[in-house]
Write a protein that binds this ligand. Structure first.
Ligand SMILES: O=c1ccn([C@H]2C[C@H](O)[C@@H](COP(=O)(O)OP(=O)(O)OP(=O)(O)O)O2)c(=O)[nH]1
Ligand SMILES: [Mg+2]
Length: 148
């Protein structure tokens, strides 16, 4: 499924390529760091990394900011709030909250692909308050109630 997404590049990201799907079947658009000078993420450190991008997602859709598995596997660098939620009515710059869970400092250069954005449909709930809810086989069991 394809939807049209309007996108604006901010001045500090104007020289970077638009996010792109790296392969025909890729689910995520890689997001790049739009930074004037390299950032160093110390072990255990986190940073709000600008992308220089503003999206206009179509109604009924969200953007999910997800980690790149390569950064996680090789460096322990991931998205702290994964999946970050980009609302369709958000018109601010998309930023990525990265955290370094690895043992070494991690350098982020301008243009580094730091995360990926998956555009996904959203189902919104119409809440109906009720005094009693239907029975189910699971009932109140959770948090490991079915065993290992
Ligand atoms: O990783 C993220 C997550 C969110 N956002 C932007 C887009 C999103 O639409 C907005 C609000 O995100 P969220 O609802 O997760 O944050 P909040 O702490 O609840 O802030 P708000 O009170 O603005 O909703 O912040 C990002 O740029 N990156
Ligand atoms: Mg919110």
């Amino acid at each position: 499924m394809t939807v049209t997404v309007r996108i604006k590049r901010l001045a500090h990201g104007a020289d970077l390529p638009l996010p792109a799907y790296e392969t025909d079947g890729a689910a995520g658009l890689d997001l790049r760091a739009a930074i004037a000078t390299p950032m160093i993420l110390a072990p255990g450190g986190r940073a709000l990394v600008p992308t220089g991008l503003v999206f206009e997602l179509p109604g009924g859709h969200e953007g999910q900011v997800r980690p790149r598995s390569g950064l996680a596997a090789k460096h322990g660098v991931t998205v702290l709030n994964t999946p970050g939620t980009i609302d369709s009515d958000y018109r601010g710059e998309v930023k990525v909250i990265l955290i370094n869970l690895g043992a070494e400092p991690f350098a982020i250069e301008s243009g580094s692909r730091i995360a990926q954005l998956v555009v996904a449909p959203v189902t919104r709930a119409m809440l109906v308050e009720a005094d009693a809810l239907s029975d189910s086989a699971r009932g109140e069991g959770g948090f490991g109630s079915t065993g290992r």
